[in-house]
Design a protein around this ligand. Structure first.
Ligand code: HEM
Ligand SMILES: [Cu+2]
Length: 540
């Protein structure tokens, strides 16, 4: 069945948009905006990575002092903020922009101009964050959580950070509205909600989470701003306020935020694993319900970040049980991915390696999360390197590895070229080993009592810190290798990619040519095509 609705060649692409820089400044095409988001996220990832390497350099050996302690605190704070708001979140919005219209059979995102805006708000916000390093007093140094009262005592760098968070929040909310309206209103005829790809489901639920919690963060940092400049005392104990209140509001945003970075990863992996197992996704419906229940439960667990603030035991018990409960739908997902691979005709191209790496390491991160959910244990491990290890297993091996799986999986559709498979495998194994050398020892540093956010430490923590630093640099170099030896060469040229580079691809994006023309699905795909693909995925 051919897709006659598509311009099969690119002869007309050039006059569909202005050329040069103006193409990008005025972009309204979902593919161009997706590309902008992905490059922005990669640049932010590299800058957050450089900050991480500065942190690790300082912690290579006890007694070193490459950076002033204040600057170390600024690196730690900005590393977290840049990686969360500048790298991971925009990357998933970029993927959604590129892929959702192609996978749903829609010509573009619902609000093309708002889409342009939601992207172009990000670079100025990122600039505010980076400029804060050079203003008097330096960048914010209160940790990425920006806890009061420390945040209310910081210099002007904190105000720039608060404005940056406001702007990035607006960008996220606009992006989320666009994703929700596109998914609910622009699916191809015949593609009911329970027939759409899992990546669309996780994007939809993530978008609702974003709309629900980004205003909460905006509220929290605005109260810090008014405490700083307008004499309010929301978090000022001396003025009758309560600094612990800030932690409740921040984590009411913060915990759903971690799922805003995990759910899209689940969606990507649920596309990649069936393709390279050559089997439909096992338990599609239970996957959808598990995603929705994780999103709902994520609103009921926030105080597991605060077991050490002196909460009543009843509250600790509630948040402990609610957190343990999240393990159930997460377990369903891991079971379904394994069941999809079970007896599948599996091949291990790079996207599949990153997807399997994700499942293994994210599950390990989940296990240390269950350990931390037990209040009595968490009171020992709170604010130690065990926590740093935990969230890097879920955020780096989780979100980041799934993003690499997505890039390798869809790069042929984006560029029209196959990436060099051998180098992809080198990048995967290099990242996998370096990641574990960096973060696995951190579990033991935390169990031995090493606090996080300290620029120096006692000698008994030396060996594991040295190992973590060597691993971190190896991980960083692996990503530079990816940029110069995989990504840029594939964009520039290489083996031509066929329309269906992956034999097991079961979704609509594989029905358009590679590279995908500037305009696609100007006419919705034929109903029979949608039905055929749904039948192949055993969706009814
Ligand atoms: C690329 C490799 C990465 C390395 C080597 C790395 C390293 C580190 C280290 C050493 C710390 C702890 C600083 C301390 O408490 O002393 C840290 C904190 C943190 N990292 Fe990463 N990280 C990496 C990637 C990421 C990614 C992809 C994310 C994604 C969201 C992330 C999010 C965070 C957050 C939120 C913190 C807490 C910052 C704070 O304490 O306020 N990191 N990272
Ligand atoms: Cu949490």
């Amino acid at each position: 069945m051919t897709t006659a609705t598509h311009v099969t060649d690119h002869a007309h692409d050039h006059h569909d948009h202005p050329s040069g820089i103006m193409r990008w400044v005025t972009a309204t095409n979902h593919k161009d905006i997706g590309t902008l988001y992905l490059w922005f996220a990669f640049i932010m990832f590299l800058s957050g990575g450089v900050m991480a390497l500065c942190i690790r350099l300082e912690l290579f050996q006890p007694g070193l002092q490459y950076f002033r302690p204040e600057l170390f605190n600024q690196f730690t704070t900005l590393h977290g903020l840049v990686m969360v708001f500048g790298a991971i979140m925009p990357a998933f919005t970029g993927l959604a922009n590129w892929m959702l219209p192609l996978m749903l059979g829609a010509p573009d995102m619902a609000f093309a101009r708002m889409n342009n805006w939601s992207f172009w708000l990000l670079p100025p916000a990122a600039a505010l964050l980076m400029i804060s390093f050079v203003v008097p007093g330096g960048a914010a140094a209160a940790g990425w959580t920006l806890y009061a009262p420390l945040a209310t005592q910081m210099g002007v760098g904190m105000d720039l950070t608060i404005f940056a968070i406001h702007i990035m929040g607006i960008s996220s909310i606009m992006g989320a509205i666009n994703i929700i309206v596109t998914i609910l209103n622009m699916r191809a005829p015949g593609m009911t909600l329970m027939k759409m790809p899992m990546f669309a489901w996780t994007s939809l639920i993530t978008a609702y989470l974003l709309i629900a919690v980004m205003p909460v963060l905006a509220g929290a940092v605005t109260m810090v701003l008014t405490d700083r400049h307008f004499g309010t005392n929301f978090f000022n104990a001396a003025g009758g306020g309560d600094p612990v209140l800030y932690q409740h509001i921040f984590w009411f945003f913060g915990h759903p935020e971690v799922y805003i970075m995990a759910l899209p990863a689940f969606g990507v992996v649920s596309q990649v694993i069936p393709t390279f197992s050559r089997k439909p996704l096992f338990g599609y419906h239970s996957m959808v319900y598990a995603t929705a229940s994780i999103a709902i439960l994520s609103f009921m667990v926030w105080a597991h970040h605060m077991f050490a603030v002196g909460m009543p035991v009843t509250a600790q018990l509630f948040f402990m049980y609610a957190t343990a409960l999240i393990a159930v739908p997460t377990g369903v997902k891991v079971f379904n991915w394994i069941a999809t691979m079970w007896k599948g005709a599996m091949t291990f191209e790079t996207p599949m390696l990153f997807a399997i790496g994700f499942v293994c390491l994210f599950t390990m991160g989940g296990f240390s999360g269950v350990v931390l959910s037990i209040a009595a244990v968490d009171i020992q491990l709170q604010d130690t390197y065990y926590v740093v290890a935990h969230f890097h297993y879920v955020l780096v091996a989780g979100a980041l590895f799934s993003l690499f799986a997505a890039v390798y999986y869809w790069l042929p559709k984006w560029t029209g070229h196959m990436y060099p498979e051998g180098r992809g495998k080198v990048h995967f194994w290099w990242s996998m080993i370096a990641f574990n050398v960096t973060f696995f020892p951190m579990h033991f540093l935390g169990l031995a009592g090493m606090p996080r956010r300290i620029p120096d430490y006692a000698t008994q923590f030396t060996e594991f810190n040295t190992m973590a630093t060597v691993g971190a640099f190896a991980f960083g170099i692996a990503q530079v290798y990816f940029l110069f030896f995989v990504l840029l060469p594939t964009i520039k040229g290489g083996q031509k990619a066929p329309q269906r580079p992956w034999e097991g691809g079961q979704t609509l994006e594989w029905e358009v040519p590679s590279p995908a023309p500037f305009h696609t699905w100007e006419e919705p795909p034929a109903r029979e095509l949608v039905d055929k693909l749904s039948a192949e995925q055993k969706l009814h």
